[in-house]
Design a protein. Sequence first.
Length: 69
Amino acid sequence: MSFNLSLLAPDEKNKVELDKQASFLVWRMKEAKCGPEAIIERANKITDPREKAFFEQSIEKYKRAMRVA
């Protein structure tokens, strides 16, 4: 089953993007291409508290999935 992401509401599109960014940052940490400061720097750029909480939840989800400390 496929989904057309362009049909999502703007806030849902943003959640998809934040989740992608979280996944990428954790993968980069796992590959030793960046440190935790990259995650902190990205999180500090998010102004909406709900978006920031979602991003941090995604970071934790991917850390568990990729077994990154």
